[in-house]
Design a binder for this molecule. Structure first.
Ligand code: ARG
Length: 467
């Protein structure tokens, strides 16, 4: 049991209590951030003359050594320490003796952990953003080559109107684009440095908080020391954004599962992204899509846990907050893994274009356009709706599409029909006449694709931009 305190205690901590309290088993993930933050603090202490320049230099070198020893495996983060902060400090003291003991001047583990976690999340936001960016690129390339791939668009999972695969993919493009924007917003709001908040009330040492904030790449220091040590809003926002990403992935997965079913056969998953059954030799299961859909619950769980943990905590730091880590780490690993796997599954998936097109044709998806044809020839819309309804019933009985009816058959429902109706209700026309921006018509889609391309070419991260 190695801990940083004990002076005012006369008894050893109970072993179970120690284990219950310790966080090293999971906060060891923060070793890099802890060292980075400690280096900034040491440099600032030296600049301010709170410790000497030589001492600061020695501390910086030793911290660098600790980092490289951990990374090379020479030094293992042993769980005999209470937390990552104790581990780093104990190692520093082992290397530098009394000089090492000076690092913690004007600092508390409360502002230290607040800083470590922010540094960590800040990095992870960019990682998740990078994965979303790759996914968007994949989606856009599917869009570019499928502006003419007609498929049914659904409402209530019933065939509704014809769209194109490009259009369907474009819907997800928009969703993931907003997910990136959300991450960027969170980044800009959270990128302030809590270091120097002390335990809760700042410190009497002449710290230069602007300096440490700048070294660490923050926009500036946080403006209230109580808030600095006890704000976890940014985690809640991040988990909320992560939950939204998972929700989007999960919807997409649900569609892939449906499309990959024997009944639909719109797509076929690559062997590398499917699994077999131990008993049924014919099976090729979409396990990856199902797992991504399933893991969504975990990430929602993290968000709700965090909100619940925070709701009753009086200011400022309380140990409840230590609970922020495991669930956030798990949510991050989950969301990153899911985006990457989903992207792999999508980019290797085969689309059965003829099946999609056939399905659009067979599902009366041109019924609205047939009604519009009548309207364009002077029939009031309500009457046109009734006529086409009766035609659909007629076709269902005979298992044919509207396009399969002869002109005489059509005329028996309304004498307005002429030869040009076939052209007016062809899938090609139905899609390509929908030309308002956002609609599936090829020309409208091409405009949108050009906009999305420019969006992907421009860097979303304008580092200096903040309120
Ligand atoms: N392990 C603690 C956490 O994760 C670090 C802060 C400890 N501070 C304290 N006053 N006990 O929140």
């Amino acid at each position: 049991m190695a801990q940083l305190w004990g002076g005012r205690f006369t008894k050893e901590t109970d072993k179970l209590v120690y284990n219950f309290n310790a966080s090293i088993s999971f906060d060891k993930k923060l070793y890099k951030q802890d060292i980075e933050g400690s280096k900034a603090h040491a440099a600032m202490l030296g600049k301010q003359g709170i410790i000497t320049k030589e001492e600061a230099g020695q501390i910086l070198n030793a911290l660098d050594e600790i980092l490289s020893d951990v990374e090379s495996g020479r030094l293992t983060i042993s769980e005999e320490y209470e937390d990552i902060h104790s581990f780093v400090e104990a190692n520093l003291i082992e290397r530098l003796g009394d000089t090492g003991k000076k690092l913690h001047t004007g600092r508390s583990r409360n502002d230290q952990v607040a800083l470590d976690m922010r540094l960590y999340i800040r990095g992870e936001i960019k990682e998740v953003d990078g994965l979303l960016y790759r996914l968007l690129k994949t989606i856009l390339s599917i869009m570019e080559s499928n502006t003419d791939t007609v498929m049914p668009g659904f409402t209530h999972l019933q065939k509704a109107q014809p769209i194109t695969l490009a259009h369907h993919m474009g819907a997800y493009f928009e969703m993931f684009k907003r997910d990136r924007q959300r991450l960027y917003d969170i980044y800009r709001r959270m990128n302030y440095c809590p270091l120097g908040s002390g335990a809760l009330a700042g410190t009497t040492y002449p710290l230069d908080r602007e300096y440490t904030a700048e070294i660490l790449g923050f926009y500036g220091p946080t403006l209230n020391s109580m808030d600095g040590v006890s704000d976890r809003d940014y985690l809640i926002e991040f988990l909320s954004a992560a939950s939204t990403i998972m929700m989007h992935l999960s919807r997409f997965c649900e569609e892939v599962i449906i499309w990959n079913s024997n009944e639909y056969r719109f797509v076929e998953l690559d062997d590398a992204y499917s699994t077999g059954s131990s008993i049924m030799p014919q099976k090729k299961n979409p396990d990856i899509a199902e797992l991504v859909r399933g893991k969504t619950g975990r990430v929602y769980g993290a968000l709700i846990s965090m909100l619940t943990t925070m709701k009753g905590i009086p200011l400022a730091y309380n140990k409840d907050m230590q609970e922020d880590k495991e669930l956030t780490f798990d949510a991050i690993d989950t969301v990153k893994g899911c985006i990457a796997l989903f992207e792999g599954m999508l980019s290797t998936m085969k689309f059965h274009r003829e099946v999609m097109e056939q399905s659009a044709k067979g599902g009366f998806t041109n019924a609205t356009d047939a009604a519009d044809y009548l309207v364009n020839h002077g029939v009031p819309f309500r009457d046109a709706h009734g006529i086409i309804g009766r035609i659909v019933l007629y076709c269902i009985d005979r298992e044919i599409a509207i396009d399969d009816m002869s002109l005489e058959e059509l005329k028996s429902f309304s004498d307005v029909f002429e030869q040009d109706v076939y052209q007016a209700i062809s899938m090609e026309t139905c899609v390509n006449k929908r030309l308002t921006i956002g609609a599936p018509g090829r020309l409208a889609m091409e405009k949108v694709i050009a906009i999305e391309k420019t969006y992907l070419e421009n860097n979303l991260w304008k580092e200096k931009e903040h309120e």
